[in-house]
Design a protein around this ligand. Sequence first.
Ligand code: NOJ
Length: 687
Amino acid sequence: MKKTREELLALLADMSIEEKAGQLAQIPIVACMDGVSEPTGPMEELSLTPEQVVLSGSVISVLRLEAEACAKVVRQLTEAHPHHIPPLVMKDVIHGHQTMFPIPLAIGATFDEKIAETLGECGAKEGAASGVHVTFAPMVDVVRDPRWGRVMESPGESPVLCAAMGAAMVRGTRGEDISAPDRIAACAKHFVGYGISQAGQDYAPIDVSHTELYNTYLPPFQACVDAGVDMVMPAFVGVDRVPCVCNEWLLKDILRGRMGFEGMIISDWDDPRQLIAHGVAEDQREVAQLCLNAGLDMDMMSFAYLTELADLVREGKMDEAKLDAACLHVLELKNNLGLFDNPVKNDSDDVQRAVCNDPEIHKAVYEAALKSCVLLKNEGALPLRQGCKVALVGSHADEHAILGGWTLDAYTERTKTLLTSFSEDSRITLTTPEEADVILLATGEKQADTGEDCSKAHPFLTAEQMDELRRLHALGKPVVLLLFCGRPLIITEALPYCSAVLNVWFPGTEGADAIRALVMGDENPSGHLSMTFPRALGQVPIHHDRLSSPRPWKEGAIYVNRYKDESNFPLYPFGYGLSYTTFQVDAAAESTTITARVTNTGSVVGETVVQVYGRIRHCSHIRPDKRLLAWQRIALQPGECREVTFPITPDMLRMYDAQGKAIEPKGVCDIAVGESSDVPYTLEVTF
Ligand code: NOJ
């Protein structure tokens, strides 16, 4: 039985100041185990006392977590705590746990919320089985700069897509009740604007207007809050030059007040202490004051709350009511997770192993990989002909590490490589490039080059990879590029040497078999880009929903919004993706409803993503020329035609001014319907 609010308040009233301050601290699980930690951020030498360890409200795991070892720590800490309050175990379960889904940017490319929900569900199942209570996911930063390594963790550049995918992941992760044995709590991050990091550099400053916050960066978080997200993590960056972690306006007025978030707020790794590096706080004492006053509940890994808060309260420098309010948020989350009854979701390594071998999870992971790969170019080289001789070469041909960043608990070395998968296929013969009819070049970024601290000034194929491509092309046979990446790579230079390009991102545990099925034509590619692929680095940031220009680009015109030395257009626009079949989309508007008749005009079964874009024609504020409003994934047999309808509602086109006041769409709105963002306006709806 969960505790009632009265019981929680009674517990709180009975706790000492040290106990309450302890609840607000997160320490590494390794501090409670034998062995050494391998932190994800700078970690000063730990000098925690045994008492501080016992009083800590949460432990974070950044190493592979085993159920029995984790359960032991949780039980020991619970037993030793004066009020037997169990610790929260938290971990980054970002795109699966041991069985990995494709990276979140690839999940965005499925345009399929069901897949995002299943990802959440499977991650929760495996996470819970290894002892995790809370995951630091979903990441719903809107991302527009491929230089930033963390774009791989986001569903992409569209606030609407990020909102839909983020909310789906929250639903899947937490289900209806996070006390269920196979569910865990979800944390939306990084609040807010981390994706704007200047020049694509991690931990760089950002500058964001309030209008952009309300219109672009807050909506995905609002969607997660509405979906019941349990926790929110402020970003490493600052808004209005106040670091998010101690930004009272952001945490109290916006997150709690405007957005209605009632759960727990946790800092990012060591972020409170980083206020000292910023020169915003002088010492840990001031850190603790600033953060608690601003409404930060839990301090991840900087120990300022653990070492300073109790004294501050005793000296009358901190209002105890603030400590109580934060502590109550932590206790509520523990109560929602059912931890007071049962602090451990699973304590058996055998059960953990069995869950991770669940064929249903592997099936879902395979499906996700199939639907996330994006066919960017195809001059007929794909699918491969049965009986042909194939050379499979490149850095990723025999590579197990095709999972992407944030794969702390995955068994990378057990992931099938492309070479193993293709050698299991009797319909083709593997041979050398010289002997082959067609060459598959599997290359791109290394798994370790994506994620946190993986910014790049040169998001291209490397010089060696380009040399290899040119060498293979010179053999005079079709070269199919299987592109591995955690971000849009700028492949303009590579394109002329490729007969086909299949962008496979980092496709996850079942990636090799999924890629083979697509290449062989057993399955049909249906992913659509979740981020624009730039033609040149100088175009960055380039995204489909850029604000309009007073001098829009026009063919041949000068003194318009253009480059002297480069086209305005991306290499591949947001929403783009080819198939082995073709589709015709005929759309019509009746009142505010759009109907799209979609026909499979080719000869094989296939799926496409019908996308609706829009803009308000006249309005007091500058707005995007084109913005994704809605989409539907649709599967069609050859020759089959189906209608899909999209009711266009004012909230899809609503904007906000700098004060966050809604500007409702009035009058004519232009609507475009098609299979990518590069589709002209042909329809109107009127509000
Ligand atoms: C730092 C990252 O910014 C954040 O996303 C992650 O959840 C924490 N480290 C914990 O690993």
